[in-house]
Structure formats: structure tokens, C-alpha cells
Design a protein around this ligand. Structure first.
Ligand code: KMH
Ligand code: ZN
Length: 274
């Protein structure tokens, strides 16, 4: 089977520093985490940024610092969030693409998000994609619900997106599709030819979804953005969520991809020598 790509999403917009001491929300902490995640078997880091006091920000300068810090500590594929946080404008969310990260997320439709709405209308998606084209950034399509795949196909028909792409199924968000193996199978059946996929299960579904992906030939996303716990009542560190998946994959005979192997699988350029 193809080597397993493990993405770590070490800090999202919803978790707060008072929920866990392990959130790496400064560039220096992100760099430490990147190093540990790489050693644990990760190949992609999904990046959100915070100010020093823990507030969400999509400030370009903060992302530049985070990018440089991560790159000086590891060769991980750096993937920026363009989802940001509820309440950010589409322009703020897309602004960080000017830094030309190797990858960035593109959420393929609006979705209820707890009591909020995570808004991704067609004009918002087109705007983000236009910037991705401008700065040659590879999208990862975030799919929270089945209709999001239909939306992605519509964007492809409009000529804004070319398949195959790398797709991440985010399952278990309150308001989105539930994290079940049946739903995962249904989504995979609906994927355009040649797409690669990963799954991010929310909360306690993170590990079961990872196990399914290891067995089914998909890829895995873990990290504190999606799940704070290693086991019931025991807070997790990002790198141990990664190393557990790597360990299980190896036990199952599935090799774990290095960042360069992941670049090859995803059709990304090799990292230029420093
Ligand atoms: N924080 C969520 C509203 C992404 O990173 O692209 C959106 C999110 C998705 O986290
Ligand atoms: Zn995110």
C-alpha cells in the first residue's frame, strides 16, 4: 500500500489555551512541535496562528514568522489554513496565501459549525481559489459534508479547479457529516478519479477514523485542532497523536511517508535545498 501521509493540525481556532497546556500557539512553540511531529512520523503541518495572548489571528506577518520558524525546525510540508476562525473576513482568510505556502486548505462549502455557520459561499471559494492560482499554492479540499464534493465538481466545471486533488474529509463537526465508516465509504465512492484522501475525525472519533484510513489506503490527520485527548480524561500532546498513528500503521504493514515521499504522492515540488 502507498505510504501513509500523517498530517498534524496542532492548533486550531476553536481550542483555547485554558483547555490544555499543550497548544503550540506561538511561532517558537510551532517550531518545537514541527520538530517533534516530524520525528514522530508526520509529514504535513496544518497551520493556524495566534497572538502571544492566545487570540486567533490571520495576520500575514504572524504567519510569516510561523512559516519561517517551522521551516527552520523541519522539512514538513507547510499547509496554511484559509478557513481561519468564524468571524474572519474572506479577504483576511486568503491574505496569507501571498506567502506562497506549499499547500493551503479550501473548504468546499458552508456548514453549520456548532451554533455558528462556517461560511464558504461560491464567491468566497472562487476568491480563495483565485489567490491560490495567483500564488501557485496547492489546495487541500476540506469536505465537511457530502454536498461539498458536488461543490468542488462545480468549481472544476467552471475551470477553477483541476482534478485529481488531495481531499481531507473532516467528519464529526456538530453540524457536518458524522464520523462513521459508512459515511467515509460513501464519500470515497463519490471522489473524482485519482484523488488522494485523508480523514480528520473530530474528538473521540479521531482514532477510529485514523484506523479506518490506515486499513483503506487513505491518509490521516490528527492533532489538537480536532481532538484534545489521547484517551478518556488524558490530555494529548500533538506528537504523541502522530506517533500512535505511525506505530499502528507500521504494525499493520503500512509504511509511513517522509515529507519528501508525501510530496511525491501529492505531486508537489521537492523542497529546495536550504
Ligand atoms: N476554524 C474553522 C472555522 C481550515 O483550517 O481550513 C475552519 C477551519 C478549516 O479550521
Ligand atoms: Zn484548520
Amino acid at each position: 500500500m502507498e505510504p501513509l501521509i500523517i498530517t498534524c493540525a496542532p492548533v486550531g481556532a476553536e481550542v483555547t489555551p485554558d483547555q490544555t497546556p499543550y497548544l503550540p500557539y506561538t511561532p517558537a512553540k510551532l517550531a518545537e512541535t514541527a520538530k517533534a511531529v516530524r520525528e514522530a512520523g508526520g509529514s504535513i503541518i496544518h497551520v493556524h496562528c495566534r497572538t502571544d495572548d492566545g487570540a486567533n489571528t490571520h495576520d500575514v506577518e504572524r504567519f510569516r514568522q510561523a512559516y519561517d520558524a517551522i521551516r527552520s525546525a523541519s522539512d514538513l510540508i507547510v499547509q496554511f489554513s484559509t478557513g481561519g476562525a468564524i468571524g474572519m473576513t474572506p479577504e483576511e482568510r486568503a491574505s496569507v496565501l501571498q506567502l506562497r505556502p506549499e499547500m493551503a486548505t479550501l473548504t468546499c462549502g458552508s456548514v453549520n459549525f456548532g451554533d455558528d455557520i462556517f461560511e464558504n459561499s461560491f464567491p468566497i471559494m472562487r476568491g480563495i481559489l483565485a489567490k491560490m492560482h495567483q500564488y501557485a499554492v496547492r489546495p487541500e479540499l476540506e469536505i465537511f459534508d457530502k454536498g461539498h464534493l458536488a461543490n468542488a465538481r462545480r468549481l472544476a466545471k467552471e475551470g477553477l479547479l483541476k482534478f485529481p486533488q488531495h481531499v481531507d474529509f473532516v467528519l464529526g463537526v456538530p453540524g457536518g457529516m458524522e464520523a462513521t465508516v459508512a459515511n467515509l465509504c460513501d464519500l470515497i465512492d463519490d471522489l473524482p478519479e485519482g484523488c488522494t484522501w485523508s480523514v480528520a475525525g473530530i474528538g473521540r472519533q479521531q482514532l477510529p477514523m485514523a484506523l479506518a484510513a490506515i486499513a483503506m489506503g487513505g491518509h490521516v490527520r490528527v492533532g489538537l485542532e480536532d481532538n484534545l485527548y489521547y484517551s478518556k480524561g488524558r490530555l494529548a500532546r500533538n506528537e504523541e497523536l502522530v506517533s500512535r498513528v505511525a506505530r499502528i500503521a507500521q504494525e499493520a504493514g503500512r509504511p509511513v511517508a517522509t515529507p519528501d515521499e508525501a510530496r511525491e504522492i501529492l505531486g508537489l515540488k521537492k523542497l529546495a535545498a536550504a
